[in-house]
Design a protein around this ligand. Structure first.
Ligand code: NAI
Ligand code: MG
Length: 370
C-alpha cells in the first residue's frame, strides 16, 4: 500500500456531559456543528458518547456520577462539558460533585481562557478597538483557594468558625507558570503578566512571585510584568491593549476571566479548556458561562462560547487547521449579524447553529463534480 493510502484518519472519542440549565442546549448546538465539520472535511471522525450526569440525576439518585465515572472518562480523548448548577441544589455541591470531581483527579491543572472581541460584536469599553482586547488567561486549576482545605466547627453557634485555607505547592505553582510562559511564547506579543496579591498575602503569593522570576529565566524571549489582582482589574478596563497572556491563581483568575468575558462583549462567547498538559488523562472543554437558569428552555442561549470551546478542543486533539476554519466561520456568522440577544441580535440558538452549519458547507464542502 502506498504511504499516502496509509495516511491516518483519526477517530476521536468525545464524552459529552451537557448537565444543567442551558448546558444541554449549547452542547446540542456544539455537537451539531462539530459533526457537520467532520462530515464536511472528511479528514477526521468524531464519536460522541453522551452522559446524563447532572443535577437531575443527583436529585433522583443522590449522585452526580457513578462510582466508576473517572475510569469511564479515561477511555475518551476529550470531554465536552456544558454547565452545572441548579436552583434547588447548593452550588458548592453541584460544583464539587461534578465539575471539580472531574478536573481535580484527572489532573487538568491548566485552565486556559482565551478572550477577544469577535468581529461583528463590540466591547462595552468605549474606546476599545478591534484587536486591542486579545488575551489568554491561564488559571491554576488544581489547588490554591479551591483546594477544599478547611472546615467548620461549632456549627450554628454564635462562635461558629470556618476556615478556607489556600494551598500553594511549589510543584503546582511552577508547572502552571511554566505552562503560561509556553502559551505566551507561542503568541505574537510574547508577553506574560503574572497576577498575585503578594502585598497582603505574604506567604503563598510571595512564593508565586519568586517562582515566576525563576521560571522566567528559561524564557528570555518572553517579556514579563507583575500585577496585584486589584490593580489588574483597572488595567484590564483602561489599558486592554497592554495585556496578552495572564497567569493567576485559581480564585483570582476565576474572577478576572469573568471580567474579561464581559469586557469582550458577552459571557456567551468565551471558552475554557481544563487541560492535563501531560496528556495522561483526557482534557475537558466547556463554555465559561454557567447554567443560566434565567434563560433555560427559551431557545436563546448563545452557542458561540460552545463553538469556540469546540475549536479549542479540536486544537488540543491536533486538528488546528479545522479549528481555525471553524472559529473564522463562527466569527463571520456574528459579522453577518446572526447573533443571540446577549450580543444585541435576535437570532435563536438554533438559528445561529444552522447559520454556522451552512457556512461550513459553503466554505469547506468540496465542489460537487458534475
Ligand atoms: P451564568 O453564567 O449561568 O449566568 C450569568 C448571566 O449570563 C445570566 O444572566 C445568563 O442568562 C447569562 N448567560 C450565561 N450564559 C449565556 C449564554 N450562553 N447566552 C446568553 N446569556 C448567557 O452564571 P450564574 O447565574 O452566576 O450561575 C448560574 C448557575 O451556573 C449557578 O448554579 C452556578 O454555580 C453555575 N455555574 C456553573 C459553571 C460551570 O459549570 N462551569 C460556571 C459558572 C456558574
Ligand atoms: Mg467562574
Amino acid at each position: 500500500m502506498s504511504p499516502s493510502l496509509l495516511k491516518t484518519h483519526p477517530r476521536y472519542k468525545i464524552a459529552s456531559i451537557p448537565a444543567d440549565g442551558i448546558g444541554p442546549e449549547v452542547i446540542e448546538a456544539g455537537v451539531t456543528v462539530l459533526k457537520k465539520l467532520a462530515e464536511t472535511l472528511k479528514t477526521f471522525d468524531l464519536d460522541f458518547t453522551n452522559f446524563d450526569w447532572s443535577s437531575d440525576t443527583y436529585k433522583k439518585t443522590g449522585k452526580y456520577m457513578p462510582g466508576d465515572a473517572l475510569t469511564t472518562l479515561k477511555k475518551f480523548d476529550a470531554i465536552l462539558f456544558g454547565a452545572v448548577g441548579a436552583p434547588d441544589v447548593p452550588d458548592h455541591i453541584s460544583l464539587w460533585q461534578l465539575r471539580l470531581a472531574i478536573c481535580q483527579p484527572l489532573q487538568q491543572y491548566a485552565n486556559v481562557r482565551p478572550t477577544k472581541v469577535f468581529k461583528g460584536t463590540s466591547s462595552p469599553l468605549r474606546n476599545c478597538k478591534a484587536g486591542e482586547l486579545d488575551w489568554v488567561i491561564v488559571r491554576e486549576n488544581s489547588e490554591g483557594e479551591y483546594a477544599g482545605h478547611g472546615g467548620r466547627s461549632h456549627t450554628n453557634q454564635p462562635w461558629e468558625v470556618a476556615t478556607e485555607v489556600s494551598i500553594f505547592t511549589r510543584h503546582s505553582v511552577e508547572r502552571i507558570i511554566r505552562f503560561a510562559f509556553e502559551v505566551a511564547k507561542g503568541r505574537p506579543k510574547k508577553h506574560l503578566t503574572v497576577v498575585t496579591k503578594s502585598n497582603a498575602q505574604r506567604n503563598g503569593m510571595v512564593m508565586w512571585d519568586a517562582i515566576a522570576a525563576e521560571v522566567g529565566k528559561d524564557f528570555p524571549d518572553v517579556t514579563v510584568d507583575k500585577m496585584l489582582v486589584d490593580a489588574m482589574t483597572v488595567r484590564m478596563v483602561l489599558k486592554p491593549e497592554s495585556l496578552d497572556t495572564i497567569v493567576a491563581t485559581n480564585l483570582h483568575a476565576d474572577i478576572l476571566s469573568d471580567l474579561a468575558a464581559a469586557l469582550a462583549g458577552s459571557i456567551g462567547i468565551a471558552p475554557t479548556s481544563n487541560l492535563d498538559p501531560s496528556r495522561e488523562n483526557p482534557s475537558m472543554f466547556e463554555p465559561i458561562h454557567g447554567s443560566a437558569f434565567d434563560i433555560t428552555g427559551m431557545g436563546i442561549a448563545n452557542p458561540v462560547a460552545t463553538f469556540w470551546t469546540a475549536c479549542e478542543m479540536l486544537t488540543w486533539l491536533g486538528e488546528k487547521e479545522a479549528a481555525d476554519s471553524l472559529l473564522d466561520i463562527v466569527e463571520s456568522v456574528c459579522e453577518q449579524g446572526i447573533m443571540t440577544k446577549d450580543l444585541g441580535g435576535s437570532a435563536t440558538t438554533v438559528e445561529v447553529t444552522t447559520a454556522v452549519c451552512k457556512e461550513i458547507e459553503a466554505r469547506l464542502g468540496k465542489p460537487k463534480t458534475v
